[in-house]
Design a protein around this ligand. Structure first.
Ligand code: ADE
Length: 224
């Protein structure tokens, strides 16, 4: 998979890709991530990417020209399955969206800033608009990092058996069951007996019950 991220702040975005699972995925060649600084696609000597809103109002708007240049250049080199815009008024990210995106070959992610992009960018280029939650970030970069993390960990070969994404919360529509490690007893708090029993049928059944119970308690909205 290849991910191209268009941003005015590449330095804000890079560090999540330089450690742990995302770094390993990149080093193993399972995903290629490219950062494109929008200012490199400006004609003016100030490298200006935003301007005042027509009609007045507080806040600047990201201009269409540099975004058009960047996306058009990328699209001239390969086909893209989606051009995603990170914005608080997009569809709220969930596991199903990430699962779907993880199956694609090439995606572009555009990070919004200021009051957002000129509406014509959305009309012309954007195929999917994603929000990471009902709150406003200073820009789309942190949202793009979250989105990429959720996608990349699903790519075949990125996680090993122990960290398999199949047992994550949400993968079966439920929250994950509680987990324990050594010691078997800590300050009088004991690990549930069944987990020490070696009976994998019973353990699996216990985990399913706990996942159901936890979801009913904490996220009843996830249940049908
Ligand atoms: N940009 C600003 N707020 C955002 C959000 N909640 N999700 C994605 N991108 C954003």
């Amino acid at each position: 998979m290849r991910i191209d991220i268009i941003t005015v702040l590449p330095e804000l975005l890079k560090s999540p890709f330089e450690a742990s699972i995302l770094k390993r995925a990149i080093d193993k060649g399972l995903v290629d991530v490219y950062f494109h600084n929008l200012r490199d696609y400006t004609d003016n000597s100030y490298k200006q990417v935003d301007d005042y809103q027509f009609g007045g109002g507080a806040g600047m708007v990201m201009m269409i020209e540099p975004i058009d240049k960047c996306i058009t250049e990328l699209k001239s080199q390969r086909n893209y399955d989606e051009v995603i815009y990170m914005t608080p008024d997009g569809k709220t990210l969930n596991q199903k969206i990430s699962n779907g995106l993880s199956l694609l070959d090439n995606i572009i992610i555009l990070c919004g800033h200021y009051k957002g992009v000129d509406q014509r960018v959305r009309d012309l280029f954007i195929t999917k608009e994603i929000s990471i939650g009902d709150y406003v970030l200073s820009g789309g970069e942190l949202g793009a990092a979250v989105l990429c993390d959720t996608i990349i960990r699903l790519l075949p070969g990125v996680l090993n058996n122990e960290t398999s994404a199949l047992t994550d919360s949400f993968q079966d529509g439920l929250l994950a069951p509680p987990v324990y490690t050594r010691p078997a007893e800590y300050k009088g708090l004991k690990v549930p007996e069944v987990l020490l029993s070696g009976n994998f049928g019973k353990i699996e059944q216990w985990r399913e019950e706990k996942a159901q119970e936890r979801t009913e308690q904490l996220r009843p909205d996830l249940l049908p």
